[in-house]
Write a protein that binds this ligand. Structure first.
Ligand code: NAD
Ligand code: DAU
Length: 356
């Protein structure tokens, strides 16, 4: 038995592949285009593990995807591959529509073609699990109830709109063709191997380099934070026992303002890697806000707990300590991923955000 994972060289995908192979003997075909966000170094510990088969390719390439599926006959597809950074989607939405919408469409069609030809247990057991985000639900006010699976979609950024579109395609392929799909909508992940364009690893990397810690707007936007390994465990549960055609919200019950996050990271760095010129929080700099910046996300994760018994194992305090410690121990990993392209991105995104 084998599963096909897309985007398994990215942040969550690589954590998922590592966790999967640590707890199961079922092999993984890992289809990844290796964009700036994909990094095979994340999977270096699997270099001699025959259960991990890497396939360098694009989910938009139907012939490639068809051939890969025909060759390995996966019993499930777990779909992580996406363009994932909101700020990049604002600067260049085209790639988000291509990978997130057209790519998901291509995968769905390839999966449908394959699944239609299956019989018996292979057909009834097949699953297509689509990994999505809480951002499809839009933005909450301070007193609004958290997002539930029944919350109407109201995406606000090119990224979230492209993910919402992909969620709708997945839903339609179940409703119309009967494809056995599952969708998960998760809140902000943090943990090892997250690319340093995202809030937590960016703050750690900048603090250690004695650079400004750029907080957008007033820093009071709220996100719900989930340790990445908890997300991986939730996906395994949904894949194993989720009800076909259903969506499951996944969250950490951890609403924090961005300022709280940045202060927590600074305090941990003060403790674990004290700077020579005073506390890291002195580097906090308010900069121009993200256009259309969603104010608050919060997840009601009671359905997955009720139906599948999943709850996060990590508290924010334990998870963020592990995360900061991981980045301190893996500064070479960070140095290796902040390549020429990334320096370009920093100039593009932050060059125009004068401190306010
Ligand atoms: P990431 O940007 O770190 O990784 C994306 C991976 O997809 C990379 O390895 C990249 O090379 C690969 N990829 C991109 N385009 C591709 C293509 N056309 N064909 C094949 N591979 C391609 O993303 P992430 O943060 O790990 O997110 C993974 C998934 O989880 C995404 O679908 C994202 O929307 C979703 N998600 C992320 C979060 C979060 O907090 N990071 C939260 C909820 C949901
Ligand atoms: O909610 C789930 C989503 O979380 C995922 O679907 C996305 O793939 C993932 O990137 C993440 O989106 P966010 O936009 O919430 O994450 P990001 O780390 O970019 O930003 C978190 C918050 O921090 C957000 O309110 C913007 C703010 N921020 C971010 C950066 C990069 C700053 O204040 N300064 C920064 O430099």
């Amino acid at each position: 038995m084998t599963i096909l994972v897309t985007g398994g060289a990215g942040f969550i995908g690589s954590n998922f592949v590592l966790d999967w192979l640590a707890s199961s003997n079922e092999s993984v075909i890992n289809l990844d285009k290796l964009t700036y966000a994909g990094n095979l170094e994340n999977l270096a510990s699997l270099a001699n593990d025959p259960r991990h088969i890497f396939a360098h390719g694009d989910i938009c390439d139907r012939a490639f995807v068809d051939a890969l599926i025909a060759l390995h006959e996966p019993r499930a597809i777990v779909h992580f591959a996406a363009e994932s950074h909101v700020d990049r989607s604002i600067h260049g939405p085209g790639e988000f529509v291509r990978t997130n919408v057209e790519g998901t469409f291509t995968l769905l069609e390839a999966a449908r073609g394959y699944w239609s030809g299956l019989e018996g247990d292979a057909r009834t057991g097949f699953r297509f699990l689509h990994v999505s985000t809480d951002e499809v639900y839009g933005s909450l006010g301070p007193n609004d109830a958290p997002f539930s699976e029944a919350t109407p979609y109201a995406p606000n950024s090119p990224y979230s709109a492209s993910k919402a579109a992909s969620d709708h395609l997945v839903r339609a392929w179940h409703h119309t063709y009967g494809l056995p799909v599952l969708t998960t909508n998760c809140s902000n992940n943090y943990g090892a191997f997250q690319f340093p364009e995202k809030l937590i690893p960016l703050m750690i990397a900048n603090a250690l380099a004695d650079k400004a810690l750029p907080v957008y707007g007033d820093g009071r936007n709220v996100r719900d934070w989930l340790y990445v390994n908890d997300h991986c465990a939730a996906i395994r549960e949904v894949l194993a026992r989720g009800r076909l055609g259903e969506t499951y919200n996944i969250g950490g019950w951890n609403e924090k303002t961005n300022l709280e996050i940045v202060h927590t990271v600074c305090a941990l760095l003060d403790e674990l890697a004290p700077g020579r010129t005073g506390p890291y929080s002195r580097l906090i700099t308010y900069v121009k806000d993200r256009p259309g910046h969603d104010r608050r996300y919060a997840i009601d994760a009671r359905k997955i707990e009720r139906e599948l018994g999943w709850r996060p194992a990590e508290t924010f305090e334990t998870g963020i300590r592990k995360t900061v410690a991981w980045y301190l121990a893996n500064q070479k990993w960070v140095a290796d991923v902040v390549s020429g392209e990334y320096q370009h991105w920093l100039e593009r995104n932050y060059g125009e955000r004068k401190s306010s």
